[in-house]
Design a protein around this ligand. Structure first.
Ligand SMILES: *[C@@H]1O[C@H](CO)[C@@H](O)[C@H](O)[C@H]1NC(C)=O
Ligand SMILES: *[C@@H]1O[C@H](CO)[C@@H](O)[C@H](O)[C@H]1NC(C)=O
Ligand SMILES: *[C@@H]1O[C@H](CO)[C@@H](O)[C@H](O)[C@H]1NC(C)=O
Ligand SMILES: *[C@@H]1O[C@H](CO)[C@@H](O)[C@H](O)[C@H]1NC(C)=O
Ligand SMILES: *[C@@H]1O[C@H](CO)[C@@H](O)[C@H](O)[C@H]1NC(C)=O
Ligand SMILES: CC(=O)N[C@H]1CO[C@H](CO)[C@@H](O)[C@@H]1O
Length: 471
């Protein structure tokens, strides 16, 4: 609703209300009442006009007012019409004008309303847009906030990581310093050890020097010792191939026969080195430490025929065979041995039937080679016959090449073989041919001890040995 208020200081104003549809319009019209009304007083009235005359005047004033106050195009024409026909105007015309005006007003109002509506729509749109923008802004700010938060988080994370990193770095630095310290400690230790080692090396060197001096001072002694050792080794390594050998032969400069060995505490039968007579070289002999109290030096042994006893004078003189097995010690050695004192002789015999017998002579002596190694015996005893089968009265030794027997027209060594103290050939020959069992009887040239198994029985084993008479 629009109200037009016009006030004039010189006119009495009158209000006119018009109803158009829902709207009511109030017009203030000037009142040209010069007679009754007081000048300067403004009266407002809402009552309708009273009579036609008054209305004409009022219209005039309205007209001019309209003319001076409106911009509409119709205004002028209306004013002109009004002015021209002012006197003759009827209320109808006034109404027509009013209606026109109303229409114009209505149009204007309508237009205004339309404009308002449009404005409203635009406003709404703007508002919507604004709100949308605001929403967008809000959203943006939200996302910005989010981003900021994210950024903050990231920053804090980075800070945390940095902290961690720094902690780790410090740790690493600490460890490094620690390790450095340890390394240095180890280096120190190493240096210390090296110095210790070097000092010890020096000590060792000086000790070595001392040792050298001492050993050079001892050279003479060592040389003596070496010589001694050499001789010992020579003695020990003398050929002893017999499988029955019970270890290396034992020796001593003191021993002159097996009785000496026995007295030194050796009571085991076996090989020993003894020094016979003036000899500087030892002689290896078999010692019987069991038979009849032991201490016997064996000079003849036979038991399986492994050694040939058909030999000449020289071999019977120096000896032959295997000292641990079958052998003849040698006439020269036997002579020197028995020359060392008063000796007894013992002869051990065994036949193929398992019988054994012995012949012992209290006194046994032998002459030298020049006297043909003659044998002298006394004090016979034993189980190999009531009397001796060996001639006791100094029979010379005979071999096939040295005939010293008592047979005028024969050579007993040739007939009976071997080397022996043959009489007129006599009752014994322990150096005859070895006959195995089954071939051992009716053999004149076999191993014979007449008073034990007869003149033609060849025995299984024999052993001849001596020991001091006073043993
Ligand atoms: C009054 O209005 C009618 C139409 O509303 C018009 O035809 C007529 O001429 C008008 N009268 C005057 C005097 O203007
Ligand atoms: C803004 O306008 C759109 C369509 O133009 C409408 O969907 C939406 O609801 C409006 N928003 C508001 C707040 O009026
Ligand atoms: C070694 O002998 C020399 C003299 O030849 C002597 O001066 C030195 O003291 C001896 N050394 C020892 C360790 O006996
Ligand atoms: C042993 O030496 C002595 C003298 O020292 C000598 O009379 C004797 O004939 C020597 N005997 C032997 C077997 O060489
Ligand atoms: C006889 O005995 C010795 C040793 O005891 C042995 O080496 C040899 O082979 C034996 N000989 C025979 C023919 O049995
Ligand atoms: C009431 C009033 O002011 N009327 C005036 C309207 O305008 C004309 C000329 O433009 C004047 O002459 C009137 O006096």
């Amino acid at each position: 609703m629009t109200a037009f208020s016009v006030s004039w200081w010189l006119f009495v104003l009158r209000l006119h209300r018009l109803q158009h549809g829902q709207c009511s319009y109030t017009f203030i019209l000037p009142e040209l009442d010069g007679g009754g009304g007081s000048h300067g007083a403004v009266v407002q009235r809402d009552s309708p006009p009273a009579d036609g005359e008054w209305s004409a005047e009022k219209l005039k004033r309205l007209e001019s007012t309209m003319e001076n106050n409106t911009l509409w195009p119709l205004e002028n024409s209306i004013q002109r019409n009004t002015r021209r026909e002012a006197a003759g105007l009827q209320s109808h015309a006034v109404h027509n004008q009013t209606a026109t005006m109303l229409e114009i007003g209505t149009n204007l109002l309508t237009h205004t309303a339309e404009q308002t509506r449009k404005l409203n729509v635009v406003e709404a749109k703007v508002l919507n847009h604004t709100s949308r923008i605001e929403i967008q802004l809000l959203e943006n700010s939200l996302s910005t906030n989010k981003l900021e938060k994210e950024l903050l988080l990231q920053t804090s994370e980075i800070d945390r990581l940095r902290d961690k990193n720094s902690v780790l770095e410090s740790k690493v630095r600490m460890l490094e310093s620690q390790q450095k310290g340890e390394l240095e400690d180890m280096k120190e230790e190493k240096n210390r050890l090296q110095s210790v080692v070097s000092t010890q090396m020096e000590a060792i060197e000086s000790l070595e020097k001392q040792l050298k001096v001492a050993s050079s001072n001892n050279t003479a002694l060592q040389r003596q010792q070496a010589q001694l050792l050499e001789s010992v080794h020579t003695l020990i390594s003398m050929p002893l191939l017999h499988p029955f050998a019970a270890g290396s032969p034992r020796w001593s400069h003191m021993w002159k026969d097996c009785a000496d060995v026995y007295r030194s505490g050796y009571s085991t039968s076996g090989l020993y080195h003894i020094y016979i007579g003036n000899r500087t070289e030892p002689v290896q002999v078999y010692c019987d430490m069991e038979t009849s109290g032991g201490g016997w030096t064996v000079f003849q042994r036979r038991f399986n025929g492994s050694v040939d006893f058909q030999r000449g004078w020289g071999e019977y003189r120096t000896g032959f065979g295997d000292v641990f097995g079958e052998h003849w010690l040698g006439n020269e050695a036997l002579y020197q041995l028995s020359s060392q004192g008063q000796y007894s002789l013992r002869v051990e015999l065994r036949d193929w039937e398992g019988n054994s017998a012995y012949a012992q002579y209290d006194r046994f002596s032998l002459t030298g080679e020049r006297q043909q190694y003659r044998v002298y015996l006394r004090g016979y005893s034993g189980t190999a016959g009531r009397q001796s089968s060996l001639n006791t009265l100094g029979t010379g030794f005979s071999t096939r090449d040295h005939d010293n027997d008592n047979c005028d027209h024969c050579k007993c060594a040739l007939m009976l073989t071997g080397g022996w103290w043959f009489d007129a050939c006599g009752f014994s020959n322990l150096n005859g041919i070895y006959y195995n069992v089954g071939h051992n009887i009716r053999k004149l040239n076999g191993i014979k001890w007449h008073h034990f198994r007869g003149p033609s029985y060849s025995l299984r084993s024999t052993m001849m040995m001596v020991r001091p008479y006073d043993f």
